[in-house]
Design a protein around this ligand. Structure first.
Ligand code: NAI
Length: 510
């Protein structure tokens, strides 16, 4: 299906943050764009704002002056809704209110051409519901841009129950022609990104609530070991807790209180206190004048380490050995169950069991569990936790050997799945469930999480890299540890377990 012709008029309704950005994207792509807002002067002000922004880019040498002028020439402010009558595509980006949006679409249906595609930029309302009262519900779809629209590549093209699949393909091709990375999704609560991303926030919030580590340390682990651009606390401080908490609550309600989406009491408390994040000066961190950023907790050790014993296949941890070898640690390799012995310490990748439980079950003294890293070749920090009764000397030896490889160790209390591993396992689980329920294809889900929220790897590709079997094991252990169905593995993960021929070694047999 081909994209809309460049000569096709695109109308954008709502000249706020999103509408202005979307208008800019369409105008830059060469469409004549009519911008409408029911606030007097708002559309004109938005176009002036686009002008200023593009001028800055020209001054910085990032845009040529001709492109700036061509974009401006494509933009016009409507004097009223009637000016949108000639549009081939209308994108609505007004206030997030079902009744107001429905009334607008009813009006547009009478006003616009019969072949005009009606699209909503809603981030939380059902496209099926928005379209239900239209005479031609098949022509309404979701076209969900991310903020800021000119910068963020992802566009979710959402089909409601009645949406015409041919129009979804047209919007997909059009968004692509506009330089975006579009994905196709069914209208379900949270669509792709706002659903699949929930565990990213939820697991950190839970770890903080349980006192596993502090905000700064958990954030540092997600960044420095997980490869995420930001940790969950700095990110929610940036998004605003009112917004992030409201999205979580709406997804939780929409999925009939599935405990996978359970909102966090500690985030609610921030909202109740008005500590909304950066915008209010305080959130998990303090942004007020003179406030100090809390330090990331790093373990220190004076232990001298010059050798280690590798027992069996370390699986995803294997690249650590290259780093140890490169830093002149003498490595002895022998058969075994994927353990690294350093002095008295026994190091292993977490499999989702508590360290104390695993030490007891597997008969391992001084067991120290390592968290997941996106890439053990380059990670600069790793979370560790240890079993009750572990000797201080063993902890020191584990910290020292990691330091030799250039990795800072941060302690978590004995916690199932530590931080990065449980976060990634739960992201993969949610992504798999979205795939199972036909929300979107696996490729589109992974693309959405990379292009929409900058994940370093799509959750499904990540699960594949770790080994789907290992992810299922981690989830089962989390489920057993907490006794909560929140951690139940998705049927889709179990299915791909049987289909997956590239499984990494199972950590559960250690
Ligand atoms: P905003 O509050 O910045 O702008 C909304 C604009 O719509 C305002 O200028 C307002 O005057 C205008 N408006 C309200 N009712 C109108 C009507 N009946 N007719 C014409 N204009 C009307 O809101 P924002 O943030 O731009 O959001 C707009 C939509 O985009 C919402 O549906 C929101 O859920 C969605 N969205 C927002 C994102 C964000 O990060 N802000 C991200 C993705 C989607």
């Amino acid at each position: 299906m081909s994209a809309l012709d460049r000569s096709a008029i695109v109308a954008v309704i709502g000249a706020g943050a999103m509408g202005a950005g979307i208008a800019q994207v369409a105008a830059r792509a060469g469409h004549p764009v009519v911008l409408h807002d029911n606030r007097q002067g708002a559309a004109r002000a938005a176009i002036a704002g686009i002008d200023t922004q593009l001028a800055k880019r020209v001054a910085a040498g990032k845009l040529d002056a001709a492109a700036h002028q061509a974009c401006l020439a494509n933009l016009s402010a409507a004097n009223g809704l009637q000016d949108l009558a000639g549009a081939s595509l209308v994108i609505e980006a007004i206030v997030e209110n079902l009744a107001v949006k429905r009334a607008l679409f009813a009006e547009l249906e009478c006003l616009c051409r019969a072949d005009c595609i009606l699209a909503s930029n809603t981030s939380s309302l059902s496209i099926t519901t928005l379209a239900a009262e239209l005479q031609h519900p098949e022509r309404l779809l979701g076209l969900h841009f991310f903020n800021p629209a000119p910068v963020m590549a992802l566009v979710e093209v959402i089909s409601g129950l009645a949406s015409d699949p041919a129009l979804a393909r047209t919007l997909h091709a059009t968004a692509k022609a506009w330089g975006k990375k579009p994905v196709l999704a069914r209208s379900t609560p949270g669509f792709i990104v706002n659903r699949v991303a929930r565990p990213f926030y939820a697991e950190s919030l839970r770890l903080l609530q349980e006192g596993a580590a502090d905000c700064a340390t958990l954030d540092a682990l997600l960044r420095e070991a997980g490869g995420f651009r930001m940790g969950a606390f700095e990110l929610t401080d940036l998004i605003g807790h009112d917004v992030n908490y409201a999205v979580t609550c709406s997804v939780f309600d929409a999925y009939y209180h599935d405990m996978r989406f359970q909102p966090s009491l500690i985030q609610k408390e921030l909202v109740d206190a008005g500590h909304l994040g950066r915008k209010s000066g305080r959130g998990f961190y303090d942004y007020r004048e003179g406030a100090q950023r809390p330090a990331v907790q790093t373990l220190n050790s004076d232990a001298l380490i010059d050798c280690a014993v590798v027992e069996g296949d370390l699986g995803v941890l294997a690249p650590l050995l290259e780093r140890l070898g490169a830093s002149c640690i003498d490595l002895t390799v022998r058969a075994g169950n994927g353990l690294l012995r350093v002095g008295e310490a026994v190091l292993a990748l977490s499999d989702g069991r508590l360290a104390s439980q695993r030490a007891r079950e597997d008969g391992l003294a001084n067991l120290i569990l390592l968290d997941l890293a996106l890439d053990y070749r380059s990670a600069t920090r790793l979370g560790i936790s240890w079993a009750q009764g572990t000797a201080q000397a063993a902890i020191d030896q584990a910290v020292a050997v990691l330091a030799r490889a250039g990795i800072s160790a941060s302690a978590l209390s004995d916690t199932p799945g530590l931080c990065v591993l449980r976060t990634v396992a739960m992201l993969a689980n949610e992504a798999a469930d979205a795939q199972l329920q036909g929300v979107a294809s696996a490729a589109d889900i992974d693309l959405a999480m990379c292009a929409g929220v900058n994940y370093p790897l799509g959750p499904l590709a990540w699960a594949h890299a770790i080994g789907t079997g290992s992810v299922v094991t981690v989830l089962q252990h989390l489920q057993a540890a907490y006794g909560e169905e929140r951690y139940r593995p998705s049927l889709q993960l179990r299915r791909s377990l049987t289909a997956n021929t590239l499984l990494a070694p199972e950590t559960s047999h250690e």
